[in-house]
Design a protein around this ligand. Structure first.
Ligand SMILES: NC(=O)c1ccc[n+]([C@@H]2O[C@H](COP(=O)([O-])OP(=O)(O)OC[C@H]3O[C@@H](n4cnc5c(N)ncnc54)[C@H](OP(=O)(O)O)[C@@H]3O)[C@@H](O)[C@H]2O)c1
Length: 292
């Protein structure tokens, strides 16, 4: 059984490739770039292409059995078109299963462009006729990797996470859930919320990082979304992405993005163990930074 992994060189996809190989699946990895020899295990078949070029997607799909579909954040303006193209070609070539990476509460933030795109893709997949699994991951614990300059330099926790708490998932658990959906029976037609038992609250995150880094870390707060959006642009985000991220956090603070214990328990049942938590990843990351 061979899986075409779209997004294979990214954070989630590279973890998924490892788990699929461990589970004995064949892997074809889709990428736009020529990789250096040795960048991927020999067992992985690399294939070049671009999601914006259906001819290259069709070539990559021919000869595989299943599709893992992840559209990277840089592609928000084109996500709907790119995802529907890959899905449509998977259908044309008779693939047996598609696993799609959506987002937690995709249906509840219609004002956020990437949520709206993902929900539209979900609906197309539900109606499309190929066996499918939809994964709805929450905030990635691994996002915190990007916060090193703010945390270790300025002493600020900059994410406007609010006080109610954001649902969190570790991408290694997301990759494992994806591998399970692609290599085991019983996940067809299912939509899974990928959420852990511990929420991310702005003030708590600042306290966690103060403890882990041994210095005072202040929570930047969630009162000034104009300022937050401007900062994202200053740090190099394209303005459409800064807008998207701003309305997302504003929505989270105003309407909540937390999860229930039942949702975390359902994810634990899928994994056969408790999902990793925000604090456990933060501890790993702090040790990694200290050792570097
Ligand atoms: N960050 C969060 O908290 C969070 C939460 C929930 C859901 N999500 C979702 O998770 C996804 C991000 O996953 P990630 O962090 O693994 O992404 P990532 O590390 O940014 O990787 C993006 C991948 O997409 C590939 N790619 C980009 N443009 C492409 C194109 N035109 N044609 C073919 N491949 C292309 C890249 O491959 P090459 O560069 O090799 O071509 C790369 O493998 C997004 O859909 C995001 O909305 C994120």
């Amino acid at each position: 059984m061979k899986v075409l992994v779209i997004g294979a060189t990214g954070e989630v996809g590279s973890e998924l490739v490892k788990v699929l190989l461990q589970r004995g699946a064949g892997v074809r990895a889709f990428t736009r770039k020529q990789r250096k020899p040795g960048a991927f295990p020999d067992a992985v078949e690399m294939t070049r292409g671009d999601l914006g070029d259906p001819v290259s997607v069709a070539e990559a799909i021919k000869g595989v059995d299943k599709l893992f579909l992840l559209i990277g954040e840089e592609n928000v303006p084109a996500e709907l078109s790119q995802a529907l193209t890959a899905y449509g070609l998977a259908k044309r070539f008779g693939l047996k299963h598609v696993t799609y990476v959506s987002v937690y509460k995709a249906d509840q933030f219609p004002e956020v462009p990437h949520f709206a795109n993902k929900y539209a893709v979900e609906e197309a997949i539900r109606a499309g006729g190929i066996p499918y699994t939809i994964l709805r991951p929450a905030y990635f614990a691994q996002n915190e990797r990007r916060l090193r300059p703010e945390l270790t330099g300025h002493g600020v926790y900059p994410i406007p996470a609010g006080n109610q708490g954001l649902a969190v998932v570790d991408i290694r658990d997301l990759a494992e859930a994806a591998a399970i959906s692609l290599t085991e029976e019983g996940h067809n037609g299912k939509t899974y919320d990928l959420v852990s038992s511990e929420m991310l609250r702005g003030p708590d995150a600042a306290a966690t990082w103060s403890r882990l880094l041994g210095r005072q870390i202040a929570y930047a707060g969630h009162a000034d979304f104009d300022g937050f959006e401007a900062q994202l642009r200053e740090k190099g985000s394209p303005s459409w992405l800064a807008y998207d991220v701003r309305v997302m956090y504003q929505g989270f603070v105003e309407r909540g993005f937390s999860n229930t214990e039942d949702q975390a328990a359902r994810f634990a049942a899928l994994l056969g163990r408790q999902p990793r938590t925000y604090s456990s990843f933060a501890e790993e990351l702090a040790k990694e930074w200290a050792a570097a």
